[in-house]
Design a protein around this ligand. Structure first.
Ligand SMILES: *Cc1c(COP(=O)(O)O)cnc(C)c1O
Length: 425
């Protein structure tokens, strides 16, 4: 039988009845490592990063992987080895970057609520820049930096008030969002920042949302940023870099997001056309570097045909993969080994005691208990959002590197889950 590639996942292929990822049969991994199991193609991650790098080549740039999408150390090392920096949102993420061999000088520290101790750790590590989200944060950072005898390089996260046309929970660049400094207020905040001890203005940034599938919102945001850069520099405050954030979407079903190269080319062209070509361009992609690289393998436990709905209960649940429960996200679900039987329509659900615990609704599948299913495009916001709800140990993770399967995270044990708990008298 010929090879059949699945949407959005160039490294995933159906050969005969079996699903393969980069030379490894996924059903074999489920048998060897158990389920639920996250599996990632290292080459898919490399290809996604090099698409951005190719498009950024020849101009000053810094590509920072927004690691909250998938913060496993092996994933971070994969990107650090390619020379990427990291966009972090906590001191915990900074510790992960350092543990994986990443370079603190290529780290930007984002987030709407940084604690003083986190600022201190980031200053001591020597991060590239703090993406500051409020005037109050500037004051705290100024005090922390002067207390350490250091200077904090800062960029203001500006809320450009553009509609990224995505899910409300992952839209971050509109006026009503908690993120960033309002566009109207930003010029005054820059003026103040320039007078504060321990603060050095280096850039401007925005991040307008996630799973964005068109280029126009980026160009709208960029225009708004460049307008501000011109005003701020007229005030005598130089802006060395422009950070466009992340947010580029991936294919879950029939979305056709622009290729990273195309997005970067259009951003570059607009920056150059407006005479800002000398500035360093930063980008903070998360999902688009890892999302299509991963699958979640899960075993069908019980079939419950019913009058209104047929339920296929699997051993992965909302604690393993929160996206469907949290964002009503549609994710592809396919068998790792195709059966010849006619498909039936199933709701694929987990064992957790919540009606919101589903992975896919109304899916045509030929499935029997014991079969292994693959949830597709699960590399981003999958394992990183996993919890222990229902005292369920988190899944193991495997990285496939050119036909070799490497265990990169052992399955959590039940003992791990209450290791830190104390019994009262
Ligand atoms: C989440 C986030 C990103 C990455 O978003 P993706 O949609 O995963 O690309 C980038 N920058 C900031 C500030 C973020 O919060």
């Amino acid at each position: 039988m010929n090879q059949d590639h699945l949407p959005g996942a160039p490294h995933l292929a159906r050969r005969g009845a079996d699903l393969w990822l980069d030379g490894v049969r996924l059903a074999d991994l489920a048998a060897e490592f158990g389920t639920p199991l996250y599996v990632y193609s290292r080459n898919a991650m490399r290809d996604a990063a090099t698409a951005y790098q190719r498009a950024l080549a020849g101009r000053p740039h810094l590509l920072c992987y927004a690691m909250k999408a998938n913060s496993s150390l092996a994933v971070l090392k994969t990107f650090a080895d390619l020379g990427l920096g990291f966009d972090i949102v906590s001191a915990g993420e900074l510790a992960r970057v350092l543990a994986a061999g990443g370079d603190a000088a290529k780290v930007v520290f984002s987030g709407v609520g940084k604690r003083p101790d986190e600022m201190r750790l980031a200053l001591q590590a020597g991060v590239h820049c703090f993406n500051v989200e409020s005037p109050a944060e500037l004051d705290t950072l100024s005090a922390v930096a002067t207390g350490l005898g250091k200077t904090a390089a800062i960029s203001l996260r500006v809320n450009p008030d553009v509609d990224a046309q995505t899910h409300p929970y992952i839209s971050t660049g509109l006026k009503g969002n908690k993120f960033g400094v309002a566009h109207d207020a930003a010029r005054a905040v820059y003026r103040r920042a320039a007078t504060l001890p321990g603060i050095r203005v280096v850039g401007i940034d925005c991040h307008i949302g996630s799973q964005i599938t068109t280029i126009a919102p980026y160009l709208n945001a960029l225009d708004r940023l460049l307008d501000l850069v011109e005003q701020v520099e007229a005030d005598g405050i130089p802006i060395a870099h422009i950070d466009m954030g992340g947010g580029l979407g991936i294919t879950y079903t029939d979305e056709v997001p622009p290729a990273a190269d195309l997005l970067v080319a259009q951003v570059r062209a607009r920056i150059d056309a407006r005479g800002h070509g000398h500035r360093t361009l930063l980008m903070e992609p998360g999902r688009s570097l890892v999302g299509n690289a991963g699958v979640l393998l899960t075993e069908a436990l019980v079939l419950k045909p019913g009058a209104e709905k047929n339920f296929c209960i699997v051993d992965a649940a909302m604690n393993d993969l929160a996206r469907p429960a949290m964002y009503q996200a549609w994710m592809g679900i396919v068998p790792c080994h195709l059966r010849a039987d006619a498909p039936t329509t199933w709701d694929v659900v987990g064992p957790v005691c919540e009606s919101g615990d589903w992975l896919g609704r109304d899916r045509a599948l030929a499935v029997q208990p014991g079969d292994v299913l693959a949830v597709l495009s699960a590399g981003a916001y999958g394992m990183a959002m996993a919890s222990n709800y229902n005292t369920r140990p988190r899944a193991a993770e495997v990285l496939v590197d050119n036909g070799r399967a490497l265990l990169i995270r052992r399955r959590e044990t039940v003992a791990d889950l209450f290791r830190d708990e104390l019994l009262p008298d």
